[in-house]
Design a protein around this ligand. Sequence first.
Ligand code: IMP
Length: 498
Amino acid sequence: MAQIIEKVSRTFGEYLLIPGLTTKECTPQNVSLKTPLVKFRKGEKPAISLNIPFVSAIMQSVSDHGLAIALARNGGLSFIFGSQSIESQAEMVRKVKKFKAGFVPSDSNVRPDSTLAEVEAIIEATGHTTMGVTDDGTPNGKLLGMLTSRDYRIDHDGRESLVKNFMTPFEKLTVGKLGITLSEANQLIWDHKLNALPIIDEEQHLVYFVFRKDYDSHRENPNELLDPQTKELLVGAGINSRDYKERVPALVEAGVDVVCIDSSDGFSEWQQETIAWVKEKYNGKVLIGAGNVVDKEGFDYLVEAGADFIKVGIGGGSICITREQKGIGRGQATAILDVAAARDEYFEKTGIYVPICSDGGLVHDYHMSLALAMGADFLMMGRYFARFDESPTKKLYINGNYVKEYWGEGSSRARNWQRYDMGGKGGAMKFEEGVDSYVPYAGKMKDNLEVTLGKIVSTMCSCGSITIPDFQKNAKITLVSSTSIVEGGAHDVILKDK
Ligand code: IMP
């Protein structure tokens, strides 16, 4: 007979935190949201820690290079989606690794014999008025001069006039040499009262511009998640248990910092084989997460297989219909509590701490605090990030509201059959496990993170904790009744229109 688990499968909305003693030390400035991404031995440091406990979902509609750069600059990490060709995924990883805060490739370029009419067309297309003048008009051609909107008057000078008559020639330019640091570049900008500094290589080819206006934005990102040696942003990538022998080497070659097997049900021999192959091929040096699981058995299996972190959650995602389609899954809160207990037990037994990630189903900001308090080391979110400017999908105006598109990896739009693969021949999706949807547009990632993290920090202070491990140890959590949930919102008042 089937084993019946009497414990009810619960989710975050059914719990609340009870405040603990807020000591004078518990101020928002003192709170650290640093958290381990990968396993480590007691007393040692993990190879990667996140500066904020957020990672973005391995999804086409969420994690491309643009969102990955934005999230890493804010202290979190993206896993670039794997449901694309190996080449294009590796290229996205490369773009994140190449990104240099403050150093931007020139997107507006002309030749000396280009006309002002061509300059006008470029400004129309890019919105940028600073032009690199290169021998061949490409972003990395030999730098022959620079042209800004202060150098010419199109009505006065005529649209057919040539750039070479107006540009500041190379001999008169202040330039930086490739390898210069951002603070050195900014010093040149200040000393020479420049708006833009071209950076050139040994052969005088244009490589980047550093703009005066970007200086402040760099200072605004104290949490940036960087490789301490190379100062490159960190980035992860999703893989599957089918083409990993080709995909992982390409990603490693592109400079990926960590990979994660992306599957709706990770308790499988396919994942065990994938982890074993990756660990053996790279002598344990390539970091690999696995999942998803929802109980101790699944956790123990993947940890024994060698995984560096474990992702938890089946069927809770906002776009997910797995529970309806297949009848598998578990309330996310119960899953996290169960797996966190297994992680702690494993740590007790072996002295090895394997971080767990709560993946999917986080709706309100307080759910994130609850997930951390219940034992999650970090959180993976799709819907949350899909709403921002930085996500790769279209912003649309529908019925009086701005929205962004957001679709599941198991929807027929994404066709990510590998994520739902059950072995056998594969290659075709027999039924959908996700939907195609819109989410309300929410603006810039940075502004939203400030509010969300502010709430988490404030909750931690209320609970008397200034670190995530303390929060996990000290949190007191209570179940709530449905009537007390009503009590928790605004009630018995007539709300004024917002
Ligand atoms: P969200 O943050 O609630 O939107 O959930 C995102 C998570 O849902 C992802 O990280 C995946 O684990 C999961 N997911 C992504 N696409 C699908 C799908 O099509 N069906 C089921 N789950 C999905």
